[in-house]
Write a protein that binds this ligand. Structure first.
Ligand code: ADP
Length: 509
């Protein structure tokens, strides 16, 4: 092999930027990480400063290279993975963002969504049939419209062709490849499939939907595959002349890093929220059970691979709520100890519908509930109920996937911070009734982006290398009484219904 022995993955996440150097066996050599500010101007609004994101990205690239003791000559390529849907609009002549990035969790676009969905005689279904996504606060399109409607002069500048839109991957790659000095304005099919603007079958922007949202098509990046050379690191940068050769949205990257290449393979990432993706092969499957249809990956000019996705908004963040709002624990891992002071949930269920429920319910108006309380219930039971909520929500999504695909899943590959919780992982296996498996390399998101980039430049030959490098760390087999587990799940489903429509129609975020 040449001196280029490493791949660098840049993971521009929701709370921090990370850069990870991987070797040819897919092992982590060094990590750089830096958090950036969560800007919360109002209840329900979440923003990032795009300039701060780029500062953090450049910083962590430097950190990772220094820690690995290498320079860019030893990198075969760079891959990028990112928080999806998050929307940046910037001026192509100055490189300056016209507004902060509006983050995927942001709920400010409710009125825009109501207005556009309301005027559509086919309702929300039309958008789903074309893009695979529901019209909601979640995708990028309403966020772009909000910026064009609310930032002084933005619409005129956009119509004059001066403004560019990008999800976080586009913003990062445009800057890495030179910005105003020749930066490439691209995105990949996985990120484009989160905007509500792409035809999920054709992989092209839909002019009619752009028109619905008043978005000039001149703003949009070119849609590329997930694995090809998009451009090279800019002059005077740390990555000068290094091919930028992979882009995958974070959840698709984790699916790739977990080697979910066969139709029916499923992974779940347990972080702030939970994101379950099932590879459905080269044809898109349109859900009858509340799941999104999304692009899983596309390697160069090979066929597009699709996925069904179920996103759960609140998982690890419920643990944080127990820590920060109720102060029942001092750190997230302590929840396990507390939960293990009791045998079961004592009859208590917590449904964390803090800002509505995503898949498979899609209830914007739902709000959280704690049900089944008796004089008997103590802190341990509540800790247990918090842990169980994540497993039940995952079972909701897996059940929807089984129904849509007609073939029950046979195992669940897992990653993310909450997989350190043994009690949760065991209960998850009991609930879904199949083995739950965690890989040795926990950094599956960055790893997926590294593989996409490495495959593009021939550093790895294809999916088989990913499969060969994937190794199991730990496995939880389903245990316990199936009937009892099902009874608990029926109680959970009943608890979920208690979060619907219980308050006045206009709940404000
Ligand atoms: P993200 O990438 O979304 O920031 P991570 O994968 O880093 O998330 O996971 C962090 C989340 O996992 C936090 O919400 C935290 O509360 C939760 N978490 C971390 N360790 C544990 C644990 N041992 N048990 C339960 N939850 C945990």
């Amino acid at each position: 092999m040449s001196e280029q022995q490493y791949i660098l993955a840049i993971d521009e996440g929701t709370t921090s930027a990370r850069a990870i150097v991987f070797d040819h066996s897919g092992h982590v050599v060094a990590i750089g990480q830096q958090e950036f500010e969560q800007i919360l101007p109002r209840a329900g609004w979440v923003e990032h400063n795009p300039v701060e994101i780029m500062t953090a990205v450049n910083e962590v690239v430097g950190q990772a290279l220094v820690k690995a003791g290498i320079n860019r000559h030893q990198l075969a390529a760079v891959g990028v993975t990112n928080q999806r849907e998050t929307t940046v609009v910037w001026d192509k002549n100055t490189g300056e963002p016209v507004y902060n990035a509006i983050v995927w969790q942001d709920g400010r676009t409710g009125a825009i969504v109501d207005e556009i969905a309301g005027g559509d005689t086919l309702g929300t279904e039309r958008y789903r049939q074309i893009t695979g996504e529901n019209i909601s606060n979640y995708p990028s399109a309403p966020k772009i419209k909000w910026i064009l409607d609310n930032v002084d002069g933005a619409r005129e500048r956009a119509e004059a062709g001066d403004l560019l839109f990008g999800t976080a991957d586009s913003w990062v790659v445009w800057n890495l490849t030179g910005g105003v000095n020749g930066g490439v304005h691209v995105t990949d099919v996985t990120n484009a499939s989160r905007t509500l603007l792409m035809d999920v079958r054709e992989l092209t922007w839909r002019e009619d939907i752009c028109k619905d949202f008043g978005i000039p098509t001149s703003m949009l990046p070119e849609i590329k595959s997930s694995s090809e050379i998009y451009g090279y690191g800019a002059k005077n940068s740390l990555l000068i002349d290094t091919p930028i050769a992979g882009i995958l949205g974070d959840q698709q990257a984790a699916t790739f890093g977990q080697a979910c290449f066969e139709s029916g393979n499923v992974k779940n990432t347990y972080g702030t929220g939970c994101f379950v993706l099932m590879n459905t092969g080269t044809e898109p499957v349109f859900s009858k059970n509340g799941l999104l249809t999304t692009v899983c990956y596309k390697l160069g000019d090979q066929k597009t691979v699709y996925a069904l996705e179920g996103s759960v908004a609140v998982a690890g963040s419920l643990v944080q709520w127990l820590r920060d709002n109720l102060r029942m624990i001092d750190s997230a891992p302590e929840i396990e100890e507390l939960a293990n002071t009791v045998e079961d949930n004592g009859g208590a269920y917590i449904v964390p519908a803090f800002s509505g429920l995503f898949a498979p319910y899609w209830r914007n108006e739902a709000r959280g509930a704690l049900v089944g309380l008796t004089r008997y219930v103590n802190r341990g039971h509540l800790a247990r109920a918090v842990i169980e909520a994540t497993a039940f929500q995952t079972r909701d999504v897996v059940g929807a996937m089984n129904a849509d695909s007609g073939v029950p899943i046979t195992e669940l590959k897992v990653d993310g911070g909450m997989t350190a919780n043994n009690t949760l992982m065991q209960f998850q296996a009991d609930q879904v009734g199949v083995p739950v498996i965690r890989p040795v390399v926990a950094e599956t998101t960055a790893l997926g982006a590294a593989y996409a980039a490495g495959i593009a430049v021939g550093f790895w030959s294809g999916e088989q290398d990913v499969i060969d490098n994937w190794a199991e760390d730990k496995r939880w087999e389903p245990k316990g009484d199936r009937e009892e587990n099902d009874r608990l799940y029926r109680n959970w489903q009943k608890a979920v219904t208690k979060t619907f429509d219980w308050v006045d129609k206009d709940v404000k975020d």
